[in-house]
Ligand binder design. Sequence first.
Ligand SMILES: Cc1cc2nc3c(=O)[nH]c(=O)nc-3n(C[C@H](O)[C@H](O)[C@H](O)COP(=O)(O)OP(=O)(O)OC[C@H]3O[C@@H](n4cnc5c(N)ncnc54)[C@H](O)[C@@H]3O)c2cc1C
Length: 455
Amino acid sequence: MGLDRNQRRFLRQTFPGDGCVLDAEAAAVFGMDSSRLADAPWAVVRPETEEQAVALLAWAHSERVPLFPRARGTNVVGDCVPRGGGVVVSTLRMNRILEMDGEDFCAVVQPGVVTGDLQRELAALGLMYAPDPASVRVSTVGGNVATNAGGMRAVKYGVTREHVLGVRAVLPGGDVLRTGGRNHKNVVGLDLTRLFVGSEGTLGLFTELTLKLLPLPEATASVLAGYAGVDQALAAARAVLAAGILPTAMEFMAEAVLEAVRRVGDVPWGPEVRAALLLRLDGGCEALEAETRRLDRVLGPTAPVFLERGTGADEERLWEVRRLINPASFTIAPDKMSDDITVPRGRVGQALERIRAVAEQRGLDILAFGHLGDGNIHVNIMYDASRQAEDAVAAKRTILGHVLALGGTMSGEHGVGLTKLPYLDQQLSPRERDLMRRIKAAFDPHGIMNPGKAY
Ligand SMILES: Cc1cc2nc3c(=O)[nH]c(=O)nc-3n(C[C@H](O)[C@H](O)[C@H](O)COP(=O)(O)OP(=O)(O)OC[C@H]3O[C@@H](n4cnc5c(N)ncnc54)[C@H](O)[C@@H]3O)c2cc1C
């Protein structure tokens, strides 16, 4: 299929100048995201105003043209890939911070604002928007809301869903819907705001988001603790929580990850470190000092073989290690299949054990690391697609089976997109999927919004 002459004319008129890309070669780059899957868009449009979005969604609804919302394309599940063809809607020109209000403790932003930029502006006012996916310097608020992004601080502050107070969205057909508002509490009717969060672009196009803010903590401090094995690192994490310390972040890295990072970076630990915890605390200066001393007292008896503390610039150096994981992983193999499984927190050890067994059985390197405090572990199956594709797929299926058997979920923060769709029936009952599809149909009766994704 594709667009006919009248449809192309409509797009050119509604999105003048470079607001509309019809050239196939120029549009192609918008057909891929960080999943590395790709498909060719029929066109790309870049709305700057809500009026343009309304015209687009009214037209697409009546013409039955599929729309694929896209921000920075950092999602790793194929959420932005225009599978089956359609028009990609780039949100990056709707990128204004409209309000930062320290009385109501809320910010109102357009969806294309980069989350890290918002956080920087807020910090200057002593305010904080808590969600912080590792992609925070590039990904957008709209993309984060549509995927219910998690991040390092989720262990203390929760995921994006906990920080969205209101959504303004254009629905298929062109109606503008406003849900929620500036209230930090609201229990009137079904929670449509929360329904939008994590909807992966399937219900409507966000044009404005009202976010919950918090006072910015005065200071932060971090500790990187290395252990001789995974069991010791997990025991140390349990000891921290059992002592009543709730870190802002509690990250975990297993041996293969540490080795990969060692290959690309100047790391301070030696080969005796086979598992590591990276912890961050935050709070007022005096309280933080006391809490840091308490953390030291708890970690001492857990027998770390490496320990480094950091504040300020030193602290960022510790976190750089975490950011090196993605580039480092490609020193192992050219291809990667990534999952972000989550299990009940007490079962992380069992999950890691089973992942290690699958890696051995299939002869693959499988990296396990991530948000230990939430039981959310990133599982990167590294492989060479020219000879190990079948093994990688089989490993993924087996790991997801183990995760579900442990009472876990196949995605803690990345969503389903295209890549997890084939496995969805392992987790959701037919009744649940049917209900989800009927809810979508209530918003989008002709199925034009990001079709073939999520559920
Ligand atoms: C290096 C790296 C680290 C990452 N770390 C994390 C992490 O720690 N935690 C985490 O949760 N994720 C992480 N991710 C995944 C990714 O960054 C998140 O999914 C992020 O929320 C996507 O934001 P984006 O702006 O790139 O959106 P995109 O990828 O462009 O889009 C994501 C989804 O949002 C929809 N969408 C975008 N804008 C709108 C809109 N205005 N209206 C309706 N739907 C819209 C799209 O249709 C799509 O379904 C990471 C990715 C990378 C590459």
